[in-house]
Design a protein around this ligand. Structure first.
Ligand code: AMP
Length: 117
């Protein structure tokens, strides 16, 4: 068995995190190194390493992560088009991924720049 990832250990409550949402398929918690006033990670409980390794039958789980992101954005009051937020998924080394457990970054509370770095 491979070593559990950092995020699997957060799911198992072996490592503390500021968890703001949990359901059967996903968990969401505050990023430990926030890059915006709101910076939340939404992750599947299933240990999918990254989008590039998701299966065709993961579509419900992947879609669920976006629905949860939308719910959280509404809850914290940044879902209006007058405010807004950014969702980011880093995939692989060139994509900037540092934890090999799929996660959606929800960033908001400040004006985002484009193109991203
Ligand atoms: P990425 O670089 O896209 O793989 O994102 C990984 C994210 O996990 C980074 O934004 C880190 O700040 C965040 N992170 C790492 N360790 C923890 C932790 N223990 N609790 C919450 N967020 C973490």
């Amino acid at each position: 068995m491979p070593e559990p990832t950092l995020f699997e250990r957060i799911i198992a409550r072996e490592i503390p995190a500021d968890i703001i949402h949990e359901d059967d398929l996903s968990i969401a918690f505050k990023d430990i190194n926030p890059q915006a006033p709101h910076h939340i990670l939404i992750i599947p409980k299933k240990p999918i390493p990254r989008v590039g390794e998701a299966n065709d039958n993961d579509s419900a789980t992947l879609g669920h992560l976006l629905i949860i992101a939308r719910k959280i954005a509404r809850d914290i009051g940044i879902a209006d088009s007058s405010e807004g937020f950014r969702l980011v998924i880093n995939n692989g080394q060139d994509g900037g991924e540092s934890v090999p457990h799929l996660h959606v970054h929800l960033l908001g509370g400040r004006k985002m720049q484009w193109p991203p770095g």
